[in-house]
Design a protein around this ligand. Sequence first.
Ligand SMILES: [Zn+2]
Length: 195
Amino acid sequence: MSGLRQQLLRTDASGMPLEWIDYRQAVKLHSLDMVAYDLGDPILTIRGGINNESHQSKIILHSIIATHGNHQNRYCLDKGYAPPVSNEALFQRDDFHCMYCGDQFHKSQLSRDHIIPVSQEGEDSWSNLITSCTRCNTHKAGRTPEQAGMQLLAIPFIPTHAEYIFLQGRNVLADQMEFLRAHFPRTSPLRDRLS
Ligand SMILES: [Zn+2]
């Protein structure tokens, strides 16, 4: 049992990963009879009194739950969808490594680098953004890697929704990790990351 702060992975009824939810949202889904089936290990037992509409005196929450109903973020599963960029997810994508010098840093020492600089009409998109330490970023300044004589250590990629969920995860459990991984593209660079 992992405690009340553990995130649960919610999928649609066909098992496509949708989002992280907390135990309150999971209890609510149970009480609304929206849980189709449990997929992951049992992680938490909630006893009665949490939700008065529920007739169950005890709800066992699992690490992954498949739910009925239309999900407002269903479009995230569409082909060609790109999740929103945040520094946190970007640094996670690059595993907190500077993509120029290759060293790993704390997030406070990292920055978002536009490979093609904004001043040269570079976009704020996953494929034009890379994690850089502040030192390399300062050195690169308003130049492209070619202009600055710097080499990119990896090709930036646009995460799929399943990859993005993984990148956003906190304390991702082993079964959740395995489940998400099965939904990653075969060529996903994140595959090697999971231990
Ligand atoms: Zn660096």
